[in-house]
Design a protein around this ligand. Sequence first.
Ligand SMILES: [Zn+2]
Length: 241
Amino acid sequence: MKNSMSVVKPASHCFACKKKIIWRDNIPIISFLILRGECRNCKAKISWQYPMVEFLVGITWGLIGYLYYFNFFENFFIAITWSLIFSALWVIFIYDWKYMEIPMNLVWFSLVLIIAINFFTDKINLIDCSIFFESTIFINGLSGLVAFIFFFGLSFISNEEWMGYGDSFLALLIGLALGPVASFLAILVAFCVGSIFSITIVILGKADLKSQVPFGPFLIFGFMLMFFVKFLFPDLLNLFV
Ligand SMILES: [Zn+2]
């Protein structure tokens, strides 16, 4: 687990010529298209990953905005908080994909926000034990704990060969955010998509059976998919209960 997060504070300068990027060359997606993916100063190629991340973050913000607009969230600050969590998850996604490390600071950040949302959802006096066992914080917390123990166990018995310890904290996050049914499905999606991806790159000859594929991005993909499914198509989840 690495704690440095240079990705979070990207210095706005060209990586080739170090020249500072002026604001109008730094507009998400649009500047990339206008400059045709080149630095204005030295014409060095700018990675297509920048506009792609900007696009993905934009899509998730748009979806959260849509959910808020149609009253899926009872509070504007809840929508903003989810937007922050999703942004952190996209950074974790890219970072784990590139460096096979999960930036744990962003995981703690997201966990704190999700716990806060759970408490807000409950709005109950948690001292009353009879209500406590029906509270979101208890049910989702238990889901997160089960997922955490499962992934922690996989990391432990494989000595981080199959799974890293960071993944178990992502599993905890998914359980806390989605509750029992949706989090189980999110993890199932992660395993399915991850397996299909791994088999595909082996068949295409881009990797061999010993190649390591980070699992964090698949967990995050499963989470995001089930998050929106849970809100937009709740009846779909009831099929699995
Ligand atoms: Zn440059």
